[in-house]
Design a protein around this ligand. Structure first.
Ligand code: FE
Ligand code: CA
Length: 530
């Protein structure tokens, strides 16, 4: 496997050759082509992890993207392949500002993660790859402004829960067309399972639940073949966190939904995390997988305007509270009498090291808006079932109330400006005031949460949630009957969040409409309907 150091050395030493004639070069024993037919760039391009001087450029060589042979992922065999990239200042790629080479690593399904530095801040760039005779589509990325530099506006979208089988990705297409500076993927980017026949608009290609490296790879490849998703990735850089379905429904840390022996489940997690890495434009210097572990939490700063804390709510969490075999280990409802474990302060959603990292960021930020981008709804949601005590889901933040209380207390006490939490997973829009104590309507509002709806994935009946809203007055808005995304325009004075919905997720040509608009004023927590 190539180390970071050898990657840099190879890239530096080969630039001249590649500038003269973008060509496929085999590393080691001489140059040779590793595919004979098909477009090696069938999965498109992507960029991510924007910094003030660069970003990560991604592609994966896959001339036979859904190859059924696990020994030939994407139709590729053999060792590492060196390919060329170009970065330009204009969309027609006339004014090239950088040429270089990057390695498509055989150990990672011939994916490329080129960590680019040395570019100018706060401007768009266009890029493409060359391999042999083939050129990739042109993608557009964007550097961030320098930390602390004055910034007047930022425009970004956030999305979650795109089940390929349940619909078309029109939401991704419309988001791409809004010209965002940045896109946040907040989890359930793929679904590992296979829907029953009557729940399918289109089918996962292999018809089996992903559970091995080969089947996870093909799941990502199939999603990336989708033209709307390719268009979105080519339109803007992204930040990516995951939820459960990138691995398995309702898993928690080293515990599967069915509480298998962790050694058994961690083999599956290792495969799933590796495939995630192979398909996402994450920084190799941070996120290269280490066995069954992979760090994805990270922080991104946009001038003096915004800081994004992108966090991981799956990998480090404590085991779900109050599992009763053979009943499912995943989400179920418990009350305080049935499950005192839920309130154990030793339990954590983020793991103590990530909690410390996050709170340290709260204490140090100078940004006007402080965004926590993560996978699951943070607002408390209590449900009165059968006339008894309130019950709480064990699967989301409600299953980790002490961890949530620590986070909100730290956020409040840090006086970080304008905290905003962005979330996914619920397959519905929720806008909430995050109170220091959710059960006390007079307690301070620490920040505001926007949960985006799903791109395609279905939701339980509206009434199942809506009937509990009177018991949860901090929840200001709820709508589960629409699919789509959320779009944010940020200025020093205002955060404007539009809930953007598609007309019909089962229609590949679905149209777009704005369902609601919320504004948050600088210095005033809590969303106001506009
Ligand atoms: Fe989901
Ligand atoms: Ca989920």
């Amino acid at each position: 496997m190539l180390t970071r150091r050898s990657f840099v050395r190879i890239a530096g030493g080969s630039v001249g050759l590649l500038v003269a004639a973008p060509a496929l070069v085999g590393l080691g024993a001489g140059a040779r082509t590793r595919w004979t037919a098909g477009d090696p760039f069938s999965l498109g391009v992507a960029s991510g992890s924007p910094a003030a001087d660069g970003f990560v450029l991604w592609t994966r060589l896959a001339p036979d993207p859904l190859s059924p042979d696990p020994a030939a992922p994407g139709g590729m065999t053999g060792g590492d392949v060196e390919i060329a990239y170009e970065i330009a200042a204009d969309p027609a790629m006339r004014e090239i500002v950088r040429r270089g080479s990057a390695v498509a690593e055989a150990a990672f399904a011939h994916s490329v993660h080129a960590e680019i530095a040395g570019l100018a801040p706060d401007r768009p760039y266009w890029y493409r790859f060359h391999a042999g005779e083939a050129a990739s589509p042109i993608g557009r990325s964007r550097t961030a402004p320098r930390p602390g530099a004055p910034l007047d506006r930022l425009r970004f979208g956030f999305v979650s829960c795109s089940n390929y089988e349940e619909g078309y990705f029109s939401a991704y297409r419309h988001l791409a067309d809004e010209d965002p500076d940045l896109v946040l993927f907040l989890g359930d980017y793929i679904y590992e399972y296979v829907n029953p026949h009557d729940g399918r608009v289109r089918a996962h290609s292999d018809g089996v639940e992903a559970s091995t490296l080969g089947t996870y790879r093909n799941r990502y490849a199939q999603y990336r073949l989708d033209p709307d998703l390719q268009r979105l990735h080519a339109a803007a850089p992204c930040l990516v966190t995951w939820d459960d379905h990138e691995v398995q429904n309702d898993y928690a840390g080293e515990w599967s939904e069915s509480f298998d022996e962790p050694e058994v489940f961690l083999e599956r997690r290792r495969a799933a995390y590796r495939a995630f890495y192979e398909h996402m434009p994450v920084r190799p210097s941070l996120s290269r997988p280490n066995g069954d572990r992979m760090r994805i939490y990270d922080r991104f700063t946009y001038g003096d305007l915004a800081e994004f804390s992108l966090i991981d709510g799956r990998q480090y969490r404590s085991r779900a509270a109050c599992y009763i075999p053979p009943f499912g280990g995943g989400g179920h409802l418990e009350n305080d009498a049935s499950c005192p474990e839920r309130r154990d302060p030793m339990r954590t959603m983020l793991g103590m090291p990530q909690e410390a990292w996050l709170y340290n960021g709260f204490a140090r930020t100078k940004a006007r808006w402080n965004v926590i981008a993560q996978n699951m709804m943070m607002a408390q949601f209590k449900e009165r079932q059968g006339g008894g005590d309130f019950k709480f889901s064990t699967e989301d933040w409600n299953g980790y109330p002490e961890s949530r209380a620590r986070l909100l207390r730290q956020l409040h006490d840090s006086r970080a400006a304008n905290p905003v939490v962005l979330s996914g997973d619920m397959h519905a829009y929720w806008t909430s005031d995050l109170r220091l104590d959710f059960d006390n309507p007079d307690s301070p509002i620490v920040g505001t949460e926007f949960v985006t709806t799903s791109v395609t994935s279905g939701c339980p009946p509206y009434e199942d949630y809506a009937r509990h809203l009177p018991d949860n007055p901090h929840i200001r808005y709820f709508e589960s009957r629409k699919r789509g995304y959320a779009m944010v325009d940020l200025t020093p004075r205002l955060m404007t969040t539009k809930l953007q919905t598609v007309s019909d997720a089962t229609n590949p040509d679905a149209t777009l409409a704005t369902l609601e608009t919320f504004v948050i004023e600088d210095g005033r927590a809590g969303a106001i309907g506009a």
